[in-house]
Ligand binder design. Structure first.
Ligand code: HEM
Length: 223
């Protein structure tokens, strides 16, 4: 049955070469742990991507219950956590996933650094990676405010004060983030929009660029 559907689509759209291009792609021996155990260090980019996918998926389910305003935010998270079937698991995945993502990202960056993979001709992908790094930190930071509990509120106050202390432009960016004189209704609306629309869109674009560049250049050579 599935085969018949596949063949029907393939006959019309010729989809086999598309997934074959990924499935048959060969990687060199020095990144294959079956040949050299130390090749496991090359897994961290893929693991980071895997965690990013978990974050996107669990985040989509959190968004079904989360209410981004100062009256309801905390209560909506509590309701999800305590009443909704599987709610605690989905929230837990997103909560712990955020930390695991940063750890994987760090390990991946260290791998790229210590194998010298940022060097010519891969400088551009290193720069794309640095942008990804800031986007990922931004996601962690804006997500932290959303439960609207004491920890979230005061962490955000401190963050905005740090931003404000940047010379020349700091106060403008701080105001842009805070959305007014205090950390309040506007701030949570902005952090929510940044967390679920702006930064994920930026991340997907950057990851697309990251992967296209890797595919064009191939993985860097052995040490
Ligand atoms: C969400 C974040 C990221 C994901 C999902 C990701 C994913 C990947 C993947 C799957 C590879 C293939 C090789 C490997 O897995 O080690 C790779 C390679 C690479 N990444 Fe990332 N990456 C991310 C962030 C970064 C960051 C923060 C940097 C540097 C600042 C970076 C720089 C590079 C470079 C230069 C390569 C080419 C390495 C080579 O050819 O040996 N990436 N990335």
């Amino acid at each position: 049955m599935l085969r018949a559907i596949y063949d029907w689509v393939d006959e019309r759209l010729d989809i086999t070469p598309i997934w074959r291009d990924v499935a048959d792609h060969e990687v060199p021996e020095h990144v294959n742990p079956a040949h050299h155990f130390s090749a496991f260090i090359y897994c961290f980019g893929g693991l980071t991507f895997f965690v990013v996918l978990i974050q996107i998926l669990s985040g989509m389910f959190l968004a079904m219950y989360y209410v981004p305003d100062i009256i309801n935010a905390n209560e909506s998270v509590k309701y999800l956590q305590d009443e909704v079937a599987m709610g605690a698991i989905v929230r837990g995945m997103h909560h712990w996933g955020a930390s695991v993502a940063i750890v994987m990202l760090f390990l991946h960056t260290m791998r790229v650094f210590f194998t010298g993979s940022y060097k010519n001709p891969r400088e551009l992908n290193w720069v794309v990676g640095v942008l990804i790094f800031f986007v990922m930190l931004g996601l962690g930071l804006t997500g932290y405010l959303l439960p609207w509990d004491n920890k979230a509120y005061f962490a955000t106050k401190v963050t905005i004060e740090i931003v404000n202390s940047v010379p020349f432009i700091g106060e403008y960016i701080g105001l842009l983030l805070q959305g007014g004189d205090i950390v309040g209704a506007q701030t949570i609306a902005r952090f929510f929009a940044i967390h679920v629309f702006f930064l994920p869109a930026a991340l997907l674009g950057l990851l697309g660029a990251h992967f296209i560049i890797i595919r064009r250049q191939g993985i860097s050579g052995p040490l």
